[in-house]
Write a protein that binds this ligand. Structure first.
Ligand code: 0WD
Length: 253
């Protein structure tokens, strides 16, 4: 499905990362992949995982550092000469902002969460567009806390709301270059980031019980939806937030 396509994957921390599930789906369908890792802390993990894939590239990139972003895209341009799709699977907020009441969010925590979790999508879209010469597809990861209050999710919910709005504005700007931009709103999955949100365990239990499919979604299911969105099967879809949450979002009382 993705033969002769080159993708760039942001946000692999370990094998549980949603980004890694996206990479596995894309790679097993023929894509060549470039991976970014945030810093030395994650280098070994990403090298071990991505090293298994043929013709892959691994570059450091902390999105809070513009020169890292420029260098990562330059490396992709040098190696592959083009880019067809990008998966943005990055978020961060200081731990103390992900518990207690939202009203106590500090200016610093707000700025950091919005910069890393929302602005970074615009930052990478701007850098990716010149490499997407034959059009392209950009996918990011959002969560239900963008639209409804989820205890402890707090400033990350505000960041996800900004992220989903960014998807629409980016889709409108980049559509004329045949670049599509979409978000996946994933149900809760037990990853490293998720463990940073207080009481994640009980959230998983609650959602698993209430959702129409009576279970939690898997990272592989999110990866397969990302595969669909970056493939030509989704050529008419842009600016959307697609739920991959076992149906949880449709439930009322
Ligand atoms: O329940 C979940 N796990 C859900 C996650 C439900 C719905 C959405 N999501 C979203 C997250 O908010 C995030 O946007 O999916 C995305 C991926 O999250 P993940 O796979 O759950 O978590 P993880 O494996 O931790 O990957 C996120 C990574 C970081 O890992 P850690 O945990 O070490 O912070 O985002 C990367 C980093 O690798 N990251 C950065 N990358 C570049 N520059 C930066 C940064 N400044 N900050 C974090």
């Amino acid at each position: 499905m993705l033969e002769n396509k080159v993708g760039m994957i942001f946000g692999v921390a370990n094998k549980r990362s949603i980004a890694w599930a996206c990479a596995e789906s894309a790679s097993s369908n023929g894509a060549k992949l470039a991976f970014t890792y945030q810093g030395e802390r994650l280098k070994e993990n990403v090298e071990k995982l991505a090293g298994e894939l043929p013709d892959s590239l691994i570059v450091p990139c902390d999105v809070s550092n513009q020169s890292d972003v420029d260098a990562a895209f330059a490396a992709v341009g040098d190696k592959y000469g083009k880019l067809d799709f990008l998966v943005h699977s990055i978020a961060f907020a200081p731990k103390e902002a992900l518990e207690g009441e939202f009203v106590t969010t500090t200016r610093d925590a707000f700025r950091t969460a919005l910069e890393i979790s929302a602005y970074s999508l615009t930052q990478v879209a701007l850098a990716a567009a010149p490499l997407m010469k034959e059009g392209g597809s950009i996918v990011t990861m959002s969560y239900y806390g963008a639209e409804k209050v989820v205890s402890n999710y707090n400033v990350m919910g505000v960041a996800k709301a900004a992220l989903e709005a960014s998807v629409r504005y980016l889709a409108a700007d980049l559509g004329k270059q045949n670049i599509r931009v979409n978000a996946i709103s994933a149900g809760p999955i037990n990853t490293l980031s998720a463990r940073g949100v207080k009481n994640m365990g009980s959230l998983l239990g609650y959602v698993g019980e209430k959702s129409p499919l009576k279970r939690n979604v898997t990272a592989a299911e999110v990866g397969n939806t990302a595969l669909f969105l970056v493939s030509d099967l989704a050529s008419g879809i842009t600016g959307e937030t697609i739920y991959v949450d076992c149906g949880y979002n449709i439930m009322g009382i």
